[in-house]
Design a protein around this ligand. Sequence first.
Ligand code: SF4
Length: 687
Amino acid sequence: KRLEELNVEDTTCGYCAVGCRFDLYSDGEEVLAARPTDEDAPVNGISTCVKGKFSYDFVNSDDRLTAPLVRDESGEFREATWDVALSRVAEGLGSIRDEHGGEALSVIASSKATNEDNYLMGKFARQVLGTNSVDNCNRLCHSSTVAGLAKTYGYGAASISTDDFELADCILLTGSNTTEAHPVLATRIKQNVRDGGDLIVFDPREVQIAEYATQYTQIKPGYDAVWINGITRYIINNDLYDEEFVQERTTGFEDVKEAVQKFTPERVEEVTGARPEAIASAAETIAEANRCIFGWTLGLTEHSHGTENVMAMANLAAITGNLGKPGAGVSPFRGQNNVQGGGGDMGPLPDSFPGYQDIADDEVRAKFEDAWDCEISPEYGYYTTQMFLEADDDHVRGMYIIGENAALSEPGVNHAEDVLENLDFLVVQDLFMTETARYADVVLPACSFVEKTGTFTNTDRTVQKVNKVMEPKGESRPDWQILQDLANRMGREWDYDSAAEIMDEVNSLTPLYGGVTHERVEAEGGLQWPCWDEDHPGTKRLYTEEFDTEDGMANLHAIGYSEPAETPDNEYPFTLTTGRVLYQYHTGTMTHREEGIMQYNPSDFVEINPKTANEYGIENGDPVRIESRRGETTVPAQVTDRVGPENLFVPIHFAESAVNRLTDEDRLDPAASTPEFKVSAVKIAAV
Ligand code: SF4
């Protein structure tokens, strides 16, 4: 069919949190084309990446769940009506709540779902189930960013807009495979370099964006605060810091100055492998730049001391005065499409209501108790990682997992599988029969972003509209409608007619979103929070006047030496890191249904240095067994000097390789409970 004959809606990408806008064309059965909306789209202008352009076969896949499934007495799944399935869920969750208290239940919300869906997931947990144990995939990735930035500056989010990447003189990137994980953002960074900007990359892997770097330093995984403190030391000791900014807008500088003295060039080189001249050169380039952006992804955060890594970076940005002005600031690139909004802002969190309002604050709690007509405990619930550690008869007995494939994405999935197997009751809501759904008592079919209306919030805090392009497949439904039905079966009287109505409730309770309505988001093409009221234009850059801390200053903290909780030894001599590739998306539930994508990237692999490969007699494509203290997996080798001889890299996308059998459920960041995905001690063998 010609494009003009198809239904078309402009919407926001459901893959990564860059948040590209485009028109989607559908004949009502499937998505047939995606075209960038216009040059004024807030993020992407005229381009999208391969996923945004082509990856829509999943919507109409034969694998889609099109009716609820209920496990019968023989243990088999049987299709059921919505009425039967929801009654079964209400009974399963309700009986645990009534017998053991709401705390015996946990909810895992979905960063792939809309803001409106996620707001109701948090409300459902607290109001209907009576538990504060509600969390999401944010725990596995950027929670350490949120904890570290919130403690230093006030907000746990990017301080800048995507446009600022055009204005920066210098960009420091670390732990970010930007070209593959955030492709359109990478294009903008590369453009900055072509225009004469400096790009400094510190990364254990020579990722593709490093090819564009004016300075690239390969570092040992797990010691980021060490090289960052080394740069900070150089800048302070050579009087290259922004004295005026430090005096007028920060506290704690003297503590930082003292703490970084032990990070001498020799020590930094010994621990991280970064040569003294690389530290000096990076420090001088950052200090000379008028405007520098500090960008990172999960290479900085997924550690047992990720929060400290982030705080070390926050110190560096502050002492160089790179906050609150155009082309300068911090930018943690969020991963899933709506992890900023759905995973954080909307408050499906064990310690916060929407807008990061603390549940332990009596006044805040009273506001939500009043609005939601329920009592809420001031005790924080379990983080996702803790839910799996605390699943037993005395703590977590039942789970409601929405759009999260925990059986592949949790650290130490051998343990996660045991937990899922032994729960008293598990309900999973998803598009597909995922590895997690196989353990469920009831599986509820949700619909994708293509089939519903709502909003996503991207990595630079822009709330954007999601518009329904086609009707939900089969009997699948938007998450918010499923939650509403369930809440009403469990004694509540929810009466939302639309996602817009839900957003109106959000903005009435959430100062950060005070002026966000569907009408405005649609009319203005996007709104960046904080957006305090209907007349507020939104906020392009944070901290232009003051920080969101009690004293309005950036509160710098001394960061000392930390090392990974598990380091290589004679038995397990290699350091394994995990991550993403361009063509796949997380556990592959969507991208594995795209034939073209699967031709490019049909399986996970292990990147292995030529020297190591030679030592073990491994050639390109050979199967390699990788073993840690938690488990083992076998994947084909990709021999490359992208990784150093002591390191290995395996992507996270396939159940067949399930690299999280090797990671550890117990090694968590103490402040954020984020797992140490980026460092596991392993051994290898040619198979
Ligand atoms: Fe979608 Fe991210 Fe690709 Fe943009 S860069 S099209 S948001 S996956």
